[in-house]
Design a protein around this ligand. Structure first.
Ligand code: 3HC
Ligand code: NAI
Length: 698
């Protein structure tokens, strides 16, 4: 008998239970166990019906992703599913938790499906750069019709049990999976219901066969935002094959597409990102088994751009928030913006119509910091100056309850310094959200010198609870993300002095897959902020200063590095900017040269990687993959390139180090000299990934 799959017989019903924690993924052992148990049940003359169910927190959550890219081990999933579908005895899949990917494909090969009310069913392979590879693209359209199938397969989001029932994906909603599945199987046997094989049922394909636009329109809408990605298009093609070809030929086409994607670079990067995200939630260097503190109520200081977005993130997760401001007017403004934001999302159909009222009811806006007393976690999002932060933390020390975690959302400031304003530095850390905070998934958790392990665990787990991706980082100017970004910014600016134009630099960066280039990003954030800060520090940046002196502050003034038409966010190249740059260069006696796109890409990316190497050497990030998580979820790094450190390994560290050394000399910029760690790895022919592997082995 298999260790991970068990077979029991209850009278004439065989119950096959998969028990392979944590998520019952389809490892070779699980596939083998299902095959053997189903075969035994078919061979057992006493058995008239079979139930396939799972123990633990979920139904099968998919193929075992750790097996991808390794030599396949028998039996293959296709072989298991073929045995199940051709079984002469009805098989009922009894689903709870999440039936995802290969898990849903197993269920689709059964003759009937039941699920608990809170179950979710989906084919998320596309999020791993794949398409469903075990019949999902052929059986799901036959179960629910091509329109919904393409939405689930190309979009990758799961649907609820209620929606699955409505669409015909499941036959009944049950209380408990095993008992409900068994009762349903008894009904099928007693009523002598037929063996329903999706492969033989083309009825739901008829409409799309007659009018293919049903399918093509759905695909066009779904792939609008898939720039650069291969999987959504390949997945759509595979669903198209379900409409156009007989089942077995469609299956063959699906298999070819799956193998091509699985062996390609994009899926490798996306699978890496999946594990990097989960790895980042594991905090290194704290006692094993450290438990977090209980967080039932949160207070947020500041209802500005960030405070409002952070408050919404908590309310979205159903956690009550006290939102604190210095005056009624500021509070009213902040509450108004949140209300409007929610209403706009509801109007777009992004949240139910009653959600804005429900979520706003969770946010209690008040004036005065003395109202933090009942909060288990306080997040400060007030103005970015050390004096203000210190004053606020001094007051928090006075009013916050003992044991409350005190977090700052500062972008750059030193958390050790901020913690000194309290008598409880063990409770102080950074929770650095990204703008817009209700949308961006990253939260850098900044571990200060004296932060207690349980405070850190609290911050990481609450971040996950509000659907953010946490990454633990150390104290330094700008932490991981903004510190690396500063290196890119510096080179972007220098490129203008050498002859490149903002639109040329931005085009290279967006072609690489980033959502925005540095100059469009500057226009969005507002150029006046940096200008004022430079003035305070007595620093000059001739081109950026000249833009601001001409009143070009970015999008908010309709002009910056680009021009913007009334009410539009589209960045349009502006001849006036080119003229302004030319004049500035002439004034400084600088000569323009032709800067190639290749050079731009190298000077945008390699200095960031160099900074990443310094960050690792200093222990500011524990793993290269943590840096990648920061860039994937905080800055929109294209997921199919894995993250800057992953991408650097694919380019080759020797090449990167050589090019940095070249630019350091060529542009007379010592900051571009390869960092010692980068140089060492390059000289030894190693990768950043080798560091992670070495630290795991230690
Ligand atoms: N294979 C291997 N390991 C997996 C896995 C999988 N499919 N799914 C989850 N895990 C691991 C995670 O890495 C994590 O390991 P760790 O504890 O060592 O870090 C552990 O299981 C728990 O995962 P989560 O932390 O993500 O747990 P949650 O409860 O938050 O979420 C989940 C559970 C919704 C199932 C989520 O893990 C998930 O989305 N998993 C991936 C689902 C998926 O993509 N399935 C499709 C796979 S591809 C496929 O099936 C191809 C087929 O068509 C042939
Ligand atoms: P903001 O200026 O939009 O909002 C700050 C708010 O704090 C104002 O409404 C102000 O009235 C309020 N405030 C000031 N002192 C206060 C006090 N003592 N008690 C309660 N409220 C007080 O600023 P923004 O952009 O929201 O930034 C807040 C913090 O978040 C800063 O530290 C900033 O560096 C950081 N941050 C900003 C990001 C951004 O893109 N705007 C991104 C990530 C972090």
């Amino acid at each position: 008998m298999s260790e991970v799959v068990k077979l029991e017989r209850h009278d004439n019903i065989a119950v096959v239970t998969v028990n392979s924690p944590p998520v019952n993924a389809l490892s070779a052992a699980v596939r083998g166990g299902i095959f053997e148990c189903i075969k035994s049940a078919i061979d057992d003359a006493q058995v008239q019906g079979i139930v396939l169910t799972c123990a633990g927190r979920t139904f099968i959550a998919g193929a075992d992703i750790t097996e991808f890219g390794k030599p396949p081990k028998p039996p293959g999933l296709a072989e298991v599913l073929s045995l199940m579908e051709s079984s002469p005895k009805p098989i009922v899949a009894a689903i709870h938790g999440t039936a995802l990917g290969g898990g849903l494909e197993v269920a689709l090969a059964c003759h009937y499906r039941v699920a608990t009310k809170d179950a979710k069913l989906g084919l998320p392979e596309v999020k791993l750069g794949l398409l469903p590879g075990a019949g999902g693209t052929q059986r799901l359209p036959r179960a629910v019709g091509p329109e919904l199938a393409v939405k689930m397969i190309v979009g990758g989001d799961p649907i609820s049990a209620d929606a699955a029932l409505k669409a015909g994906l499941i036959d009944e909603i049950v209380e408990g999976p095993a008992s409900g599945g068994e009762a349903f199987a008894r009904k099928v046997v007693a009523e002598k219901r037929p063996l329903r094989k999706l492969r033989d049922d083309d009825s739901k394909l008829a409409a799309a066969k007659a009018d293919r636009s049903i399918f093509t329109n759905a695909v066009a809408a779904l792939t609008k935002k898939s720039r650069g990605l291969e999987a959504p298009f390949a997945a759509a093609d595979a669903v198209g094959a379900a409409i156009d070809l007989p089942f077995d030929e469609g299956l063959k086409k699906e298999r070819e597409g799956f193998l091509k994607l699985m062996n390609g670079e994009q899926s490798k990067a996306q699978r890496y990102a999946f594990f990097a995200e989960r790895e980042a939630a594991k905090i290194s260097g704290i006692p094993e088994g450290t438990k977090g503190r209980n967080v039932a109520r949160v207070a947020i200081l500041g209802a500005g751009t960030m405070g409002g977005g952070i408050a919404m993130s908590f309310a979205n997760a159903g956690i009550p928030v006290t939102l604190i401001e210095t005056g009624e007017e500021q509070l009213k403004r902040g509450m108004g913006i949140m209300q409007k934001n929610y209403e706009a999302t509801a109007a777009r159909g992004g949240i139910p119509a009653d959600a804005p009222a429900k979520r706003m009811a969770l946010i209690n806006g008040v004036v005065g910091i003395e109202n933090v007393g009942d909060a288990d976690l306080v997040i400060e999002a007030v103005f970015e100056t050390m004096a203000v932060k210190k004053e606020v933390f001094g007051k928090l020390d006075q009013y916050a309850k003992p044991g409350a975690v005190l977090a700052s959302n500062t972008s750059y400031l030193n958390i050790d310094e901020i913690a000194k304003a309290t008598k409880r530095p063990q409770d102080v850390l950074g929770m650095h959200f990204f703008s817009p905070a209700n949308v961006m998934k990253l939260c850098e958790i900044v571990r200060a010198d004296k932060t207690a392990p349980d405070a850190l665990v609290t911050a990481v787990s609450i971040a996950r609870k509000i659907a953010k991706v946490p990454a633990v980082v150390g104290v330094c100017d700008g932490f991981v993300g903004n510190r690396m970004l500063a290196q890119r910014g510096k080179q972007a600016e220098k490129l203008l002095f050498e002859g490149a134009l903002p639109q040329q630099v931005d085009a290279v960066v967006t072609k690489f897959g980033m959502p925005m280039g540095p100059f469009a990003m500057g226009d969005l954030a507002g150029l006046d902020i940096g200008w004022r800060s430079r003035k305070d520090r007595g620093i000059k940046s001739e081109i950026a200063d000249a833009l601001c002196e001409a009143g070009r502050f970015g999008q908010k003034t309709g002009k910056g590095y680009y021009k913007y038409e009334q009410g539009s966010r589209a960045a349009l190249p502006d001849p006036e900017v080119e003229k302004l740059i030319d004049e500035t260069l002439a004034r400084l006696g600088r000569k323009k040269r032709v800067v190639s796109d290749d050079e731009i890409l190298e000077r945008m990316m390699y200095p960031m990687i160099n900074e990443g190497a310094k960050i690792l050497a200093e222990g500011i990030a524990a793993r290269p993959s943590d840096i990648d998580v920061v860039w994937l979820y905080g800055y929109g790094w294209p997921i199919y390139r894995g993250g800057p450190m992953f991408w650097a390994d694919t380019v080759g560290l020797k090449h990167i180090a050589d090019r940095l050394a070249f630019y350091a000399k060529e542009t007379n910029d010592p900051s571009l000299e390869p960092a010692p760690l980068l140089k060492k790895l390059a000289d030894e022919g190693k990768t950043f990934a080798s560091l992670a592997a070495a630290s795991k082995a230690a």
